[in-house]
Ligand binder design. Structure first.
Ligand SMILES: Nc1ncnc2c1ncn2[C@@H]1O[C@H](COP(=O)(O)OP(=O)(O)O)[C@@H](O)[C@H]1O
Ligand SMILES: [Mg+2]
Length: 603
């Protein structure tokens, strides 16, 4: 079973717990023997074990009280010792198993995180972020708890039950059938519970996923929810998800609650039966009272052992579901992988890179429409290549393919002649300064966010990058300047400011190629112009791939690729495209007057 596998990696700890529990079982099983001795010898025989000796003492008129007291104290002391030993061993076993469980949890979380970080967008979307979070928290905790419990109980229960059976056989085999009957009843109850609760336990995790998913989406889009007065709708959606989870949990908990009294009933019936039939034995002289008492205790021990095994066997399948969900993630190979022997590229070389798309087609899902079809173009080292086109035409997809967040479905993307799939991802990405379309900042300071692009960047470099991105003014106006705090996701700066900081983060890297994915659209015209004016000096020698919506942004580019529905509609300079590419002319005319175009084209 899945969960047992995790324990297999901690054989030493498991063996230690087993040993501790074995000793503990010894202590616990000794107590009934001692009880029966107190009753049979201590009380009935005044503390004298041998009946003939007792008769001798009685005939001689010896005072039996001191002998009896001494016997009772001795056995009572032994009982205390056994109880104390059992407690200490229990604590020790609990300690070791909790530690082992925590280790298993930590290892799982670590492996999961490492794997998820390696995932490309495709795999993240396949699982959904919400589900990955539940798997990393809820499922791991479940496995951790079950592992701890398995170590403490599952191992202990059989030791106890078997010990109990042995003791019953030794002391009083006649009444064994009552125990057999009781155990059969325990298993019958567990089987019934199993039948009804197991399917619900299995879907519980998916329901928790669902609640998380809805909650996450609602929290992320809270302002939209408010703006459209959809609180009621969202509440209902959340309510539906949470209600389903509640119903399932209620059902399983009720079933579990029903189990305890049923088991108590079985136990009590068993003791009644033992006393009933045992009393007949005592009356007939075939059984001693102490043995009877011990027998009841052993019967309880055996039933308890079976009960624990039953409870755990209900937990195990649930933990198995969790384990399966984790191994699903762990077994998913990232689609974007490093080759065995990567071709080296130098990220620190001064010159720009040549990026070539050779007949590239790409679809996000196997059955989806192609996002790119037969795209070919080359960005020469040290030049600026602009990509324009309507939204949804595949511009961001091109940039993602260059960063190798995805691999092309057909054709190839090459960097300085080497297929991207032949390079190590770290090498490849070190060549780029990427500005995503949707700016993202990390919690920290302005400085920590810019230095994210280049850890070794000093303050001068950071200021320089901020200057080029037209961000220095507003950063200095903020309290704290470079060390002004940035909230999670960059929520405490405006969209345009966030985008400029994100550009500075790429600029400070001084990479061999800049990938600007539509980041200029978030800037006003004046800022857009200022950044573009400052960029050539900063990025001299580097290749610039510039995705844009505004024709004014791309006028000066060395080469412009016009995209339309994933196809290349034209490649050339502004002037060439105005002549040859109707799609381009249409976009251009919709944005600029003829004069502006003529002027820009001449520049
Ligand atoms: N993660 C994704 N999964 C599936 N389809 C996507 C995904 N991202 C983008 N698309 C689709 O790919 C096409 C191109 O998207 P994109 O490259 O973002 O366009 P642009 O950047 O030009 O606006 C669109 O039709 C879009 O619906
Ligand atoms: Mg885009």
């Amino acid at each position: 079973m899945g969960v047992i596998r995790f324990l297999g990696q901690h054989k030493g700890a498991v063996a230690l717990v087993m040993l501790l529990l074995l000793l503990k079982a010894g202590c616990e099983l000794a107590i009934p023997v001692l009880t029966s001795q107190i009753v049979d010898v201590g009380i009935a025989q005044s503390g004298v074990e041998d009946l003939d000796v007792l008769a001798g003492y009685k005939a001689a008129g010896v005072d039996l009280f001191p002998i009896q007291m001494a016997y009772l104290l001795r056995i009572g002391g032994l009982m205390l010792l056994a109880a104390a030993g059992s407690m200490v061993l229990d604590v020790a076993a609990g300690f070791v198993s909790a530690r082992t469980g925590a280790k298993i949890g930590r290892d799982l979380r670590r492996r999961l995180f490492a794997r998820v970080v390696a995932f490309s967008d495709a795999e993240i979307n396949q699982f959904s972020a919400a589900s990955l979070i539940t798997r990393g928290t809820n499922d791991v905790t479940l496995i951790q708890n079950v592992c701890t419990m398995v170590m403490r109980m599952v191992l202990y229960a059989p030791i106890l039950a078997i010990g109990g059976v042995v003791m019953v056989m030794v002391t009083n085999p006649q009444l064994g059938w009552i125990v057999v009957l009781a155990v059969a009843m325990v298993f019958a109850v567990i089987a019934v519970l199993f039948r009804f609760t197991l399917p619900r336990f299995k879907i519980m995790q998916t329901l928790i996923d669902r609640v998380n998913l809805v909650a996450r989406e609602m929290l992320n889009g809270l302002s939209v929810v408010r703006a459209f007065n959809r609180e009621g709708f969202e509440e209902n959606r959340f309510d539906a998800a949470s209600r389903k989870l509640r119903d399932t949990q209620l059902f399983t908990n009720r079933a579990m609650a029903f189990m305890m009294p049923t088991m108590m009933l079985v136990m009590n019936l068993t003791s009644v039966a033992i006393v009933w039939f045992g009393a007949q034995g005592v009356a007939a002289g075939t059984m001693q009272t102490g043995d009877l008492i011990a027998f009841i205790t052993y019967a309880m021990v055996i039933i308890m052992g079976c009960l624990i095994m039953g409870m755990v066997s209900i937990m195990l399948p649930r933990a198995d579901v969790a384990a399966q969900r984790l191994s699903e993630v762990l077994a998913t190979e990232p689609t974007v992988r490093d080759p065995e022997a990567p071709t080296r590229v130098r990220s620190d070389a001064a010159a720009g890179v040549r990026i070539t798309f050779d007949d590239v087609s790409f679809r996000y899902t196997d059955d989806g429409d192609p996002a790119l079809s037969h795209v070919s173009f080359t960005a020469e080292p040290g030049t600026t290549l602009a990509i324009v086109g309507p939204t949804g035409s595949g511009k961001s997809t091109i940039v993602k393919l260059i960063e190798r967040f995805y691999d092309p479905t057909e054709g190839s993307v090459t960097l300085d002649g080497a297929d991207l799939r032949a390079l190590s991802q770290a090498d490849l990405r070190a060549c780029f300064g990427y500005v995503p379309q949707k700016a993202f900042l990390f919690e920290g300071t302005v400085e920590s966010n810019i230095a994210y692009g280049d850890e070794s960047a000093d303050e001068a470099a950071i200021r320089g990058a901020l200057e080029v991105a037209c961000a220095l003014d507003f950063v200095e106006a903020r309290e704290g300047g470079l060390s002004a705090p940035i909230a999670q996701g960059g929520d405490n700066v405006s969209g345009g400011q966030r985008q400029r900081l994100s550009m500075a983060r790429a600029l400070v890297r001084r990479p061999r190629a800049y990938l600007f994915d539509d980041c200029f659209s978030a800037l006003d015209y004046a800022t857009d112009a200022r950044v573009r004016a400052a960029l050539p000096a900063w990025a001299a020698g580097s290749t610039v791939i510039l995705v844009a919506q505004r024709i004014s942004t791309v006028l000066a580019a060395d080469r412009i690729v016009v995209l339309d529905e994933g196809r290349v509609a034209g490649v050339g300079t502004h002037a060439e495209l105005m002549e040859s590419c109707p799609e381009y002319r249409e976009i251009a005319l919709s944005q600029l007057s003829e004069e502006e175009l003529a002027e820009g084209g001449a520049r």
